[in-house]
Write a protein that binds this ligand. Structure first.
Ligand code: FAD
Length: 328
């Protein structure tokens, strides 16, 4: 079956979001603005921007977040990690993001930077994603201790509210377990700890089979995890990309997809296979009740928009659908 034969199904209205990484170099930065404009036109719930190990991408991440904030109507989400900063530095960074207008975060523990082994003290003062979640809430509370609103009929009078503007704090979840966790129970316990710390959303590591996500959700709900858990979908559009994805995530090789990609000789054909697999996964997740879809875009708009169109997640009347159809 070719990708073109996957039907458009009436699944529009489901929220979706994208992940981008900060560009490396001026040419990549210019290309990324076009990608952001196109992705934003599709109407995502948010666009998240990764944060390099050891804060290496602090400025470029903030530049991308500012672009999303000022040039689109989409909510930017900043990834933050515990790697390499003191408590005071992390607080300053969070405040800088909040002051820039960023109100959504993905709080992560982060991995050891290249060359450093686990346990070499790479984390800094914050030891877990949960502590980072708490710190974001604390910094926001200090920054905006209360909210004011006008009193109807009394010009100039203001009422003080102690509840603050909400920040969205997402955390990572691992349907197939984190490569370093001792058991899947540990992964669920970690998620519960993140919920207790104040997280209100989770985004999963990529996976290749809908069952892995759906059974993880069942276990998480059974254990008491209440916030929405968005499935992370990464289209593998070439054998090289698939290898890289597996290397980064520690996921097992999806043999059917790997074989299809290996035997397909053309770049276009491989891309088509990747889109078809990702769209089928998205369709199964929607049918299984996923609260939305989070797509790892690899700083390209075309592939992820095709995945959304073919899974029916993009509204049929969205102008971007026509654009994607024309370029298909
Ligand atoms: P935790 O919540 O602390 O851990 C998750 C699970 O793994 C728990 O079960 C925990 O016990 C176990 N675990 C984690 N580390 C260890 C360890 N060292 N020893 C034993 N058990 C351990 N990284 C970046 O640097 N920048 C990014 O922008 C970024 N974005 C990401 C986006 C998503 C959606 C995901 C899923 C991951 C992302 N990562 C990113 C990678 C992430 O930092 C790593 O996977 C990290 O190892 C775990 O982060 P966490 O916040 O889930 O950690």
């Amino acid at each position: 079956m070719t990708a073109a034969s996957v039907p458009d199904l009436p699944r529009s209205g489901l929220p979706f979001s994208f992940e981008l990484y900060p560009p490396r170099g001026a040419a990549a930065a210019a290309a990324l603005t076009h990608t952001i404009d196109t992705l934003a036109a599709a109407g995502p719930e948010f666009i998240s921007v990764t944060y390099g190990a050891n804060g290496s991408s602090r400025t470029s991440s903030l530049d991308v977040l500012r672009y999303i904030l000022t040039e689109t109507t989409v909510d930017p989400m900043a990834h933050l990690t515990c790697v390499g900063s003191s408590h005071a530095e992390a607080s300053r960074l969070i405040r800088e993001f909040l002051d820039a207008g960023v109100n959504s975060f993905l709080a992560l523990r982060g991995d050891a930077p290249a060359g450093l082994a686990e346990g070499e003290g790479y984390l800094g003062d914050l030891r877990s994603a949960g502590e980072l979640v708490q710190l974001i809430h604390r910094v926001q509370a200090e920054r905006v201790p209360y909210r004011e609103s006008p009193v109807p009929g009394q010009p100039g009078a203001r009422t003080l509210h102690t509840e603050r503007a909400k920040v969205r704090i997402a955390v990572a979840a691992f349907p197939n377990g984190h490569p370093r966790s001792r058991s899947t129970t540990q992964d669920i316990d970690t998620l519960l700890a993140k919920q207790a710390a104040g997280a209100n959303l989770a985004i999963t590591q990529l996976f290749f089979h809908a069952d892995h996500y759906l059974s993880f959700i069942q276990r998480a709900r059974h254990a008491g995890v209440e916030f929405p858990i968005l499935p992370g979908i990464m289209p593998a559009t070439s054998p090289a990309r698939l290898r890289r994805i597996l290397q980064l995530s520690g996921e097992e090789l999806p043999s059917e997809l790997a074989i299809e990609l290996d035997v397909e000789p053309t770049v276009e054909g491989q891309r088509d296979i990747g889109i078809r697999h990702a769209a089928r996964l998205a369709t199964q997740l929607i049918d299984g009740g996923a609260p939305g879809l989070h797509l790892y875009a690899f700083n390209e708009h075309d592939t992820v928009l095709h995945v959304l169109r073919r899974s029916g997640a993009l509204p049929a009347d969205s102008p971007i659908v026509q654009q994607v159809k024309e370029s298909a």
